[in-house]
Design a protein around this ligand. Structure first.
Ligand SMILES: Cc1ncc(C[n+]2csc(CCOP(=O)(O)OP(=O)(O)O)c2C)c(N)n1
Length: 612
């Protein structure tokens, strides 16, 4: 059935009795492709019926269906003309793992970061009303994403504007990990937990097999809806924001959901349709362990440890000795390698939910009270917290260590997830010691350095595996801002060159220098370690070169090289890195090739510059 659906109009022609078979086909297809390409498994399996029902009741693209984060939009892609291209999802030049308006008119708002859907929907609703148009705007948001500050700001605004939008709350009682906070607790109370779900599920499984069963099921669903509506105070939480509350609906009962959406369509003003789903639905492993199966990667080379796991393990080591160390995550415990900390040092572990801004100021509060928080946030999500870093942490010179995981290109998650702007955002902030290690050993040295440092530190590292030695070298405070000179080959030649490879680009820089030396050039290699500050000693050292080349896994304009260029008087600085454009998805090596950021291409360009 699935391959015949070229648009939502085809979906509307499918008979009710065949819908559960269709959903099964969609699930199997998602599982097959995600196993090959990697992607968000559990969230998508949980949202199949929810999306099928929406596309049957609403008329996309005239009606606008928005997805928060967008990681759960696979069924939507399959049903909106992308059944075939779905096999290329997340692959280089294939379709994106998130909604992309360039891909389809059905993807009405691009996403990747959390908690934007209600704001976008409300903005679109004001435009619709100013234009005197008449279509529906539906914002799909998960219970995890609802914990984000933006979503709450938007709810507050909705109460003021009273615009007609339909918010569909996909409540699976999970963020990536267990959801955090008072809102999550409220939702659990409303949905009366999994008992409701399990009972309903078992009942419907029994009844589905017969025509009488189907009739009874629809009847029960209606009666239940009415009773719920008459007696419940359940939606009070949302009604206080000025929303009409509908639900909770069983998110795996298409007919019930369709009824709910039909009611929602006819209500004036903002509506919230509360839907209870099971994350990972239909897949035993994902249902059982939704945290692990939230996102999956195709199996790869596991020979070396990642920077992330070295960070996570070493932080436990440091915190076992230093009782003032805490760990903070914004809903990314597994992604940032903090599971061991959560397990071993539970009272000093804090998940603040999808609330990067709050997490940073929360860290400032701990630091001002004598603790040393390590807050780990992906570089791309740290874009949310610029003012908190400047105003709350750096201006007060507080000892908070900010870890920017996934800095640089991240690969298959694509443009919304590459961490390529952080140096532009944080590279010039006073008091901040900002570093990037060349490998796992140096990461540990920087972490140790940070724990005793009096002010704020930030350490960026990529999504990559690395090496880690057992040595006990330390990064000395006298070294602050000094670049490390690795090879001093200069024989007093009057044409001296230097190449500086930031972080994991150090290896590429060193390889290039080796090749150039065999061709007779005098070239020194530096491992900078520090993005800022840069010491006077280093600046004086660098003045002796005719030409300086910098390499970084970051955009060139506003990046490490351009910061250095502002500080040097004499040598010409040539920077290599990423273009100042939004970079698509694909494997990191494919993307580097496409951009021209490979060892061979950099070498060729450097040779051309030298010979100028
Ligand atoms: C600003 C931001 N922080 C973190 C993330 C990473 N992230 C992606 S999905 C997700 C959990 C979302 O939970 P929920 O909305 O309940 O959706 P579910 O996956 O449970 O369906 C998180 C934390 C993100 N996309 N954006």
């Amino acid at each position: 059935m699935i391959e015949k659906i070229k648009s939502p109009e085809d979906l509307k022609k499918i008979e009710e009795k065949d819908l559960s078979i269709l959903c099964q086909e969609i699930r199997t297809y998602i599982e097959t492709i995600v196993e090959k390409n990697g992607g968000h498994l559990a969230s998508n399996l949980g949202a199949v019926e929810l999306i099928v029902a929406q596309h049957r009741i609403f008329s996309s693209p005239r009606d606008k269906i928005i997805f928060d984060v967008g990681h759960q939009s696979y069924t939507h892609k399959i049903l909106t003309g992308r059944y075939e291209s779905f096999s290329t999802i997340r692959k280089f030049k294939g379709i994106s793992g998130f909604p992309k308006s360039l891909e389809s008119p059905h993807d009405v708002f691009n996403t990747g970061h959390s908690s934007t859907s209600i704001s976008a929907a409300l903005g679109m609703a004001t435009a619709r009303d100013l234009d005197k148009e008449n279509y529906h705007i539906i914002a799909n948001i998960g219970d995890g994403a609802l914990s984000g500050g933006m979503a709450l700001e938007a709810l507050n605004h909705i109460g003021h504007t009273n615009k007609k939008i339909i918010i569909v709350l996909n409540d699976n009682e999970m963020s990536i990990s267990e959801p955090v906070g008072a809102i999550a607790k409220q939702l659990t109370k409303i949905s009366s937990g999994s008992t409701y779900r399990n009972l309903k599920y078992k009942l419907t499984q029994k009844l589905i097999v017969t025509a009488l069963g189907r009739y009874l099921r629809r009847f029960l669903s209606r009666i239940k809806g009415i009773i719920k509506h008459m007696f419940s105070f359940k939606g009070l939480f949302f009604e206080r924001f000025g929303l009409t509350y509908l639900g909770p609906y069983d998110g795996h009962d298409i007919i019930g959901l369709e009824e709910g959406f039909k009611i929602a369509k006819n209500i004036e003003g903002p509506v919230l349709v509360h839907v209870i789903t099971t994350k990972g639905k239909g897949n035993y492993f994902a249902e059982d362990n939704p945290e692990k199966y939230h996102g999956v990667s195709p199996s790869g080379n596991k020979k070396y440890k990642s920077f992330t796991s070295i960070f996570g393990e070493y932080l436990v080591e440091l915190a076992e000795v230093d009782k003032k160390i805490t760990a903070i995550t914004a809903a990314m415990c597994t992604g940032t390698g903090l599971e061991l900390f959560r397990e071993k040092l539970t009272d000093r572990f804090f998940d603040v939910s999808i609330a990067e801004q709050h997490g940073l100021t929360f860290a400032a509060g701990q630091a001002i009270s004598g603790y040393h928080p390590f807050i780990s946030i992906y570089s791309t999500f740290m874009q949310r917290g610029v003012d908190q870093v400047i105003h709350d942490i750096c201006m007060q010179n507080l000892p908070v260590t900010m870890i920017l995981d996934r800095a640089g290109l991240v690969g298959e998650d694509g443009e919304t997830h590459h961490g390529v702007f952080d140096i532009s955002l944080f590279g010039s902030i006073p008091n901040l010691v900002y570093m990037e290690p060349k490998d796992g050993t140096e990461l540990k040295m920087m972490m140790k350095f940070s724990t005793n440092y009096i002010g704020p530190t930030m350490i960026r590292f990529p999504k990559a595996s690395t090496i880690e030695d057992a040595n006990n070298e330390i990064l000395d405070y006298e070294e602050l801002g000094n670049f490390e000179l690795y090879t001093d080959q200069n024989k007093n030649s009057n044409f001296k060159l230097a190449i500086i490879g930031l972080g994991s680009e150090y290896t590429v820089a060193s390889n290039i220098a080796d090749i150039l030396r065999t061709k007779g050039y005098d070239i020194d290699v530096y491992n900078p370690r520090f993005i800022s500050p840069i010491s006077n000693k280093t600046l004086i050292d660098l003045e002796k070169y005719q030409k300086v080349f910098t390499l970084e896994n970051h955009v060139v304009i506003g990046g490490f090289g351009s910061l250095l260029k502002c500080r040097l008087l004499n040598p010409k600085v040539y920077s290599f890195g990423l273009p100042n454009s939004f970079i698509e998805h694909g494997s990191i090596s494919e993307l580097r090739e496409e951009i021209g950021f490979t060892q061979e291409k950099i070498l060729t360009e450097i040779e051309r510059i030298i010979s100028e």
